[in-house]
Ligand binder design. Structure first.
Ligand code: ACO
Length: 338
């Protein structure tokens, strides 16, 4: 008999700041709507208000996920926040969120794995619940990338957006839930996507601020090549762990970085368009928030049904990658109208 109990997602939620920034970025940098749409698939993105931090986006997303699950905040005994844009170095954003939700007492910590953060958080939290060490987990991906974007760098500023997504994890009936997780990293690619200053290696000085070294620096074409290869590969590894084949995928929720990267992954997995959720046209790349926001929207729209085999997959700074296979354990919500 296995010592581990099945764990699944029992509620999802998301929050997108209301301000929309369209591709009308020509006034800021030398670019065009046409270039952005054809090279990335992005039409617009959300930008948080000046005063908003990662926790301000995370809290409403978490509240929506808890409401769907019918679980009170006091019942949550584990909070894992994936973010590359924490409120501060410390305390963790998870602790800030815990206090604001009124869920004090359980474990709370952040995970940094770039855009793969949500998959890492899901993998870690689900195993902490599967062992019986914790009972109800809240896994959140939240990003305010607009605050670490160099708005004068056309090669990055057109790509990113702000948002947050959350999932509530708990034990579920046998045969359902998270069936397989695959996580990986290749630190030799660290310099391809990084923020040079602001940490202990290069603390903030007037010069680092002047030279915008606290913003995202990326070698886009190299990250692109890596992403095209790894999305399909990571999905296949997670499927293998789950004992499933690519033919058994019912719905695919990829990290939303670039439509061409998603198309390459779908080709590798033989997936038709109707099995793939895409919202990057509306939100751009929200790093660790992309996958949970897409999952929440797909579920609320009725695209995901009980018994469906889902693949969630992401890649990001590190370089990192991760995929999870989930057999969905919830009936469609009333708002899906199915
Ligand atoms: N508008 C107009 N031209 C541009 C823009 C822009 N916004 N950005 C770059 N260009 C130019 C370049 O300067 C280059 O011009 P040149 O040929 O005269 O030198 C040309 O367009 C082609 O540039 P490439 O970088 O080769 O373009 P590519 O087709 O690779 O697309 C992109 C660039 C969209 C960034 C792509 O490489 C990509 O999506 N990479 C992956 C990015 C990604 O997913 N990052 C994940 C972040 S994850 C995390 O953890 C935060």
């Amino acid at each position: 008999m296995s010592l581990l109990r099945p764990v699944g997602i029992v509620g999802t939620g998301s929050y997108l700041p209301p301000r929309i920034l369209t591709n009308d970025l020509e006034k800021m940098v030398d670019t065009s709507d046409e270039w952005i749409r054809t090279r990335t698939g992005i039409r617009e993105r959300r930008v948080a208000a000046e005063h908003m931090a990662a926790s301000d986006l995370a809290v409403p997303a978490a509240e929506r996920a808890l409401a769907m699950a019918g679980i009170r905040a006091e019942e949550v005994d584990l909070i894992v926040v994936a973010t590359a844009t924490p409120d501060a170095f410390f305390p963790s954003t998870a602790c800030v969120v815990q206090e604001r939700l009124g869920a004090v007492g359980g474990a709370a910590f952040d995970i940094l794995a770039g855009c793969t953060g949500f998959l890492y958080a899901l993998g870690v939290a689900s195993q902490m619940i599967a062992t019986g060490a914790h009972n109800v987990g809240l896994v959140i991906g939240t990003e305010v990338l607009s605050k670490i974007t160099n708005w004068e760098d056309r090669s990055t500023c057109v790509l990113f957006g702000d948002g947050a997504g959350a999932a509530v994890l708990a034990p579920v009936e046998p045969g359902y839930g998270i069936l397989g997780v695959h996580l990986g990293a290749d630190g030799t690619g660290a310099s391809l996507l990084h923020i040079p200053a602001g940490g202990s290696k290069m603390p903030a000085t007037e010069d680092t601020v002047k030279n915008k070294l606290h913003t995202i620096h990326m070698l886009g074409s190299e990250v692109f090549k890596f992403a095209v290869r790894i999305m399909g590969e990571a999905s296949l590894r997670a499927l293998e762990r789950a004992g499933l084949t690519k033919e058994e995928i019912d719905y695919f929720i990829p990290h939303q970085a670039n439509i061409r990267i998603i198309e390459a992954a779908c080709k590798r997995l033989n997936l038709p368009q109707e099995k793939v959720y895409i919202n990057l046209d509306r939100y751009g790349n929200m790093s660790s928030a992309s996958v949970p926001v897409a999952l929440d929207e797909a579920y609320r729209e009725g695209k995901i049904r009980k018994g469906h085999n889902l693949v969630l997959v992401a890649f990001g700074a590190g370089l990192t990658w991760g995929a999870a296979v989930v057999r969905w354990n919830l009936e469609a919500p009333p708002e899906a109208g199915v």
